[in-house]
Structures are given as structure tokens and as C-alpha cells.
Design a protein around this ligand. Structure first.
Ligand code: NAD
Length: 293
């Protein structure tokens, strides 16, 4: 079992760190926020008073932070403080460019590293059923696999440095676009006098079938567990969808890829967020399309 430092104990990080402890790893946490530190103490997770203290003896250092700038700043400090044999794993969702920069910081310090963003949300983080999309060398992947398996159900090695983040933003661009498509279809069906259940029964067994429809249906009724049945309490917040769509647009621009529907989806979620709905589930975008948001 490994000695693990877990940096960033927010909505995702705390339950993930808890699953590492449950699997028998010796975990020490660190977070800048007082509220996060209190929540970690309440969950009986041992906490360090400083980043340097958390990482000094760690075999593996996991970060779960808001954005690329946080990861670069924390990894720069870790590169100085960590043991020379430590493996660094970043599970945050960040831009591909900063993910590659973080790998370079580790490499320059002689440390192995992985980018390993997740899908599955806070529910998956608590249940230990996350999907990990991983970028890094084969050797680093083999070293990190056991640890990732303690926090997730499906672990996919997507390629070298940054490939995990690339897979994550491509997947979430599909999700943002498909959710808007499903919402447009329900909004049109309503105008045409079609019941939600009738459209669901047809589309869910026809060529319009997709996850946004069958697992996360944006109208109440057909899928009782979807956030539409709970007044769009997230779930996956619209602000986080907007973050991922913006990351996809940055990557598309840098790589010279045409993503016109991704750009449109980013604009629609941007307007929804501006109207004050960023905290609602991303499937609430149907209200914007109905002209009601
Ligand atoms: P969060 O804001 O709840 O947690 C982030 C934590 O990092 C906070 O507690 C913050 O205090 C801490 N932090 C920031 N800078 C720090 C530093 N320098 N040192 C130590 N701690 C620091 O966010 P979250 O919802 O847990 O998401 C974390 C990451 O996971 C994000 O990149 C997000 O996009 C991604 N993600 C979130 C979800 C979700 O459903 N919440 C799903 C998939 C991926």
C-alpha cells in the first residue's frame, strides 16, 4: 500500500481521498480552504498544515484542483518538495496545454507523472465508480493503475502527456452538443403537441438515442432519476459544462480543428450562465431554449 498526499479536498477530492483510505493507502490531505479542511477533519482524513508537509514522504501525490493555473502553481512547489521516486497524478479538468506543461515540470525534476481527469461527478467520486482518462508513459500508467482503481471503475490509458485531458474535453463537447440537441427536440415536440413520453419512447429506441436522452432526460417523467425530476439540482452544473466547452474551444483553436457546433454550444451555455443559471444542472438548458430562463 502506498503513502499518498491528496491536494485539493473539494467536492470531488474529499470522497476520492476517502476511497484511497478505505482501500488501505496511507493518505494525508492538504487544502487551502478552511471549509475544506474542516470537512476533511470531519471525515477523519489526516491533514497536513502545509503542502510541503503533505508531500514530503509521499510515494504518490494526487491533485484535484479547480483549473490549470492552480495545477501549475502546486506542481511547481511539489517538484521541489517531493521524494525523487514520487509519482504525480493530476485528476483536475484543465486545458491540454497546461497539462503538458505540468508533465514537463515533473519530468524536469525527474518525477513520473499522469494527467487523469475523471467523469462521473460527485456521485461517482463517492461510490468509487469514476471513469479515469489517463495520459502519460506506460511506466507511469502501470505505477498509478492500482491507485486509480481504488477510486474508479473504468481506467483508460489514452496516450502520452495530455491525452487524458484531450479525451475528457472531446467527450464533454459531445455531451454539451447532444444535450442541446435533445432539449431542442423536446421543445419542438411540445410545440407540435407531442407528449414527452411519446417522444422518449420513440427516440430512445431509434436513431436519436443517446446518453443525454436515455440516462439524463432533460424533462421530468421518462427517466425518474434525471435532474429534471428534482428542479434541475445538479448533477453536473451548467457552469462546469461551460468550463469544459471553453477548454474544448481553446484546444480546437490551438490545434486548428473545426468545431462549429462545439463553439455554438459554448455560446449557449455562456449565455445561460450569464443569466444566473450556472449553478443549475446543465440539462436545465431546455428552459433557455423554451425562452423561459
Ligand atoms: P472544488 O472547488 O469543490 O474543489 C477544489 C479544491 O481545491 C477546493 O477545496 C480549493 O480550496 C482547493 N485548492 C485550490 N487551490 C489550492 C491550492 N493551491 N492548494 C491546495 N488546495 C487548493 O472543485 P471540485 O468540484 O472538487 O472539482 C475539482 C476538479 O474536478 C475541477 O477541475 C473540476 O472541473 C473537475 N471535475 C468536477 C466534477 C464535479 O462534478 N464537481 C466532475 C468532473 C470533474
Amino acid at each position: 500500500m502506498a503513502t499518498v498526499a491528496f491536494i485539493g479536498l473539494g467536492n470531488m477530492g474529499l470522497p476520492m481521498a476517502g476511497n484511497l483510505s478505505k482501500a488501505g493507502h496511507q493518505v494525508t490531505g492538504f487544502d487551502l480552504s478552511e471549509a475544506a479542511r474542516k470537512a476533511a477533519e470531519a471525515a477523519s482524513l489526516p491533514m497536513a498544515r502545509a503542502l510541503s508537509e503533505a508531500v514530503a514522504k509521499a510515494d504518490v501525490i494526487v491533485t484535484m484542483l479547480p483549473a490549470g493555473a492552480h495545477v501549475i502553481s502546486v506542481w511547481t512547489e511539489i517538484a521541489v518538495e517531493a521524494k525523487s521516486s514520487a509519482l504525480l497524478i493530476d485528476c483536475s479538468t484543465i486545458d491540454v496545454e497546461n497539462a503538458r506543461k505540468a508533465h514537463k515540470i515533473a519530468e524536469d525534476a525527474g518525477l513520473q507523472s499522469l494527467d487523469a481527469p475523471v467523469s462521473g461527478g460527485t456521485g461517482g467520486a463517492s461510490a468509487g465508480s469514476l471513469t479515469f482518462m489517463v495520459g502519460g508513459t506506460d511506466i507511469a500508467f502501470e505505477r498509478g493503475l492500482n491507485l486509480l482503481e481504488a477510486m474508479g471503475k473504468k481506467i483508460v490509458h489514452c496516450g502520452n502527456a495530455g491525452a487524458g485531458q484531450a479525451a475528457k474535453i472531446c467527450n464533454n463537447m459531445i455531451l454539451g452538443i447532444s444535450m442541446i440537441g435533445v432539449c431542442e427536440a423536446f421543445a419542438l415536440g411540445e410545440k407540435l403537441g407531442l407528449s414527452h413520453q411519446a417522444l422518449f419512447d420513440v427516440a430512445s429506441t431509434s436513431s436519436g438515442q443517446c446518453w443525454s436522452l436515455t440516462t439524463y432526460c432533460p424533462v421530468p417523467g421518462p427517466v425518474p432519476t434525471s435532474p429534471a425530476n428534482k428542479d434541475y439540482v445538479p448533477g453536473f452544473a451548467a457552469a462546469l459544462m461551460l468550463k469544459d466547452l471553453k477548454l474544448a474551444q481553446e484546444a480546437a483553436l490551438a490545434a486548428g480543428a473545426a468545431t462549429p457546433l462545439g463553439a455554438e454550444a459554448a455560446q449557449i451555455y455562456g449565455l445561460f450562465d450569464k443569466l444566473g443559471h450556472g449553478g443549475r444542472d446543465f440539462s436545465a438548458i431546455i428552459e433557455f431554449l423554451r425562452g423561459k430562463a
